[in-house]
Write a protein that binds this ligand. Structure first.
Ligand SMILES: C[S@@+](CC[C@H](N)C(=O)[O-])C[C@H]1O[C@@H](n2cnc3c(N)ncnc32)[C@H](O)[C@@H]1O
Length: 370
């Protein structure tokens, strides 16, 4: 008989829950602005920047937005013990867990069934946060822990190891309903495609006719092409295509037998058939693709050189997350807004957005006095 034991993350004060009185959000007309009228259905009109504690703000948003947010991005204080110029980043570990738990539960409620949550965090709390999120979202809805190379220089003053990456914990509200969008194909991938036989479909790349796994019986499979060449999958592999597909490819001159017609047959995989497919995102995100901390700081300096926000995220990182998780018109929520990178990038990408920020920087950094 097998015995199942349920393990749970415990911390001092876990049982204490804040009592949340219902709140309403009140617009401050002196700080609001938008066009006088809508011009089209796709106009983005009702974005919100909320000044206050996100616990209360998220509670207040529930009534209108429960189940409607497509992508939640949060970049909470990492609990590093630092006192940044614009906010404090050090509370007792168990208090941090309780603060996060209370907010994550509300965030989950706001997420659409086909939505996803993305959290940036470092080694101080990442692994506790992972277990906490497992409890709230379910382990089955954990998508990945992407590693973001936030820094490319070595910290030679580091006592142990130079800390060069952050984690991005990714959860789906429901793994069966969520899929990330593909990334655009980098043009370097296209360089491998040529057209040595001047095929009317254009540039192609030779790819194997066999696969590592498959359902067709490999032992008995053999196919004879029009030129008399017979092909069977190499030992331990499987045919990638049915006999009918091989016949169709052979008839359309889509099988390559090498420059001299003597090579092992392979499939011509055409570039024109791939361009809309894109590439699957990796779990390692290099600074060259999505930016780094220094780049983010320069971005904020460009419009506030006197007092740049201490810990912004680069726009390219936000672009990647928003691209993978949403489409134009979808709603993006960032409840730890800081300098407002998530909302700014969401706006540029044609998404709707809601941001929440607790500190006065909401008026000086997230938004500017008009
Ligand atoms: C790491 S920063 C976010 C930086 C942001 N991603 C950017 O690109 O600028 C975390 C922010 O969360 C805010 N914050 C912390 N606790 C909060 C709370 N309870 N409600 C709302 N905002 C909070 C802090 O004031 C700080 O601005």
């Amino acid at each position: 008989m097998t015995k199942k034991i349920k393990l749970e993350l415990m911390w001092i004060g876990k049982e204490n829950r804040p009592k949340l009185e219902p709140r309403i959000l009140i617009e401050n007309p002196t700080k609001s602005y938008h066009a006088a009228q809508r011009h089209g259905e796709s106009d983005i009109f009702d974005n919100r920047l909320i000044f206050g504690d996100n616990l209360l703000a998220l509670k207040a948003l529930e009534q209108e937005f429960a189940g409607k947010v497509k992508c939640i991005f949060i970049d909470p204080p990492y609990n590093t013990g630092s006192a940044f110029r614009h906010y404090d980043d050090g509370v007792e570990h168990s208090i941090w867990l309780s603060l996060m738990r209370d907010r994550l539960e509300l965030l989950r409620h706001l997420l659409a069934d086909d939505g996803s949550l993305w959290i940036t965090i470092d080694d101080n709390e990442c692994h506790y946060l992972k277990v906490l999120c497992d409890e709230i979202f379910g382990r089955a809805n954990f998508v990945a822990n992407a590693i973001w190379q936030k820094k490319y220089t070595v910290a030679n003053d580091a006592r142990y190891l130079s800390d060069n990456h952050d984690h991005i914990l990714i959860y789906a509200k429901n793994m069966n309903l969520w899929l990330p969008n593909k990334l655009p194909r980098p043009s370097s991938m296209d360089a491998r495609y040529n057209n040595p036989d001047n095929h009317p479909k254009g540039r192609w790349k030779a790819t194997p006719l066999h696969a590592k796994s498959g359902s067709q019986s490999a032992d008995t499979f053999s196919y004879k092409f029009r030129n008399g060449v017979s092909w069977s999958p190499p030992p331990g592999t499987y045919p990638r295509f049915s006999a009918a597909s091989l016949r169709r490819m052979d008839d359309n001159d889509e099988i390559w037998f090498g420059k001299y017609g003597t090579a092992t047959p392979s499939r011509k995989t055409f570039l024109c058939d791939l361009t809309n497919i894109g590439t699957v995102p990796l779990t390692v995100w290099l600074y060259s693709e999505v930016g780094h901390n220094h780049e983010a700081r320069n971005e904020t300096k460009a419009f506030n050189s006197e007092n740049p926000f201490a810990t912004p995220k680069p726009e390219r990182l936000m672009q990647r997350i928003i691209h993978l998780s949403s489409h134009p018109g979808d709603l993006i929520l960032d409840s730890f807004a800081g300098s407002g990178t998530a909302g700014a990038v969401a706006h540029k990408m044609g998404r709707r957005w809601i941001m929440v920020e607790l500190e006065e920087t909401c008026h000086t950094h997230t938004s500017f006095p008009a």
